[in-house]
Design a binder for this molecule. Structure first.
Ligand SMILES: [Zn+2]
Length: 173
């Protein structure tokens, strides 16, 4: 990560001083109150759901950034929530999908812009067994979903580099 990515933070979150320079590629130190503020990765989850033909489920984003593009279902882990519960919750919220079991697959760091603010995440992917793939509904921050064969995925339509990494790893698996 490059330190210029951190320049969006201008004020000390503790005392409000504007003398708040980046002092490393992951931290700021306030010249007023001496607070040393670290940027951490937010935990996020992505679900890998296959149909009986071996095609992978992708969602269509309905929100910024990358509205209209492909994504994998998932989202941020809430404070005080474990990763498995976040995966189950996100699939219920986005697709009304009921998880029977999940198995850890891989992780990949990601970075995206949200309200002019660079957000760093570490995305963790799980292979999901669903109770049923009948009656799924696109809701929350997605506008639809579709199943795509792994070798037919158009990476120009899948902007998140972490999601590209998971699909490529599945292709070579
Ligand atoms: Zn301060």
């Amino acid at each position: 990560m490059d330190s210029h990515h951190l320049n969006v933070i201008k004020y000390c979150p503790r005392c409000g001083s504007s003398k708040f320079p980046a002092v490393s590629n992951k931290s700021f130190k306030c010249n007023g109150c001496r607070f040393h503020f670290y940027i951490n990765s937010a935990a996020a989850v992505a679900g890998l759901i296959f149909n009986e033909k071996g095609e992978l489920l992708f969602t269509r984003r309905s929100i910024h950034p990358h509205s209209g593009m492909l994504d994998l279902p998932g989202g941020f882990v809430d404070p005080n929530e474990n990763v498995e519960d976040a995966m189950v919750r996100e699939l219920k919220e986005e697709l009304n999908l009921e998880v029977v079991s999940l198995e850890y697959f891989a992780s990949c760091p990601n970075e995206y812009e949200f309200s002019g603010f660079n957000v760093f995440t570490v995305d963790m992917a799980f292979i999901i067994k669903a109770k049923t793939l009948e009656g799924l509904t696109a809701q929350d921050d997605i506008s639809g979903y579709e199943f795509i064969a792994l070798y037919e995925v158009d990476f120009n339509e899948l902007p998140a580099k972490s999601m590209q990494y998971f699909v490529k790893k599945l292709q070579h698996g």
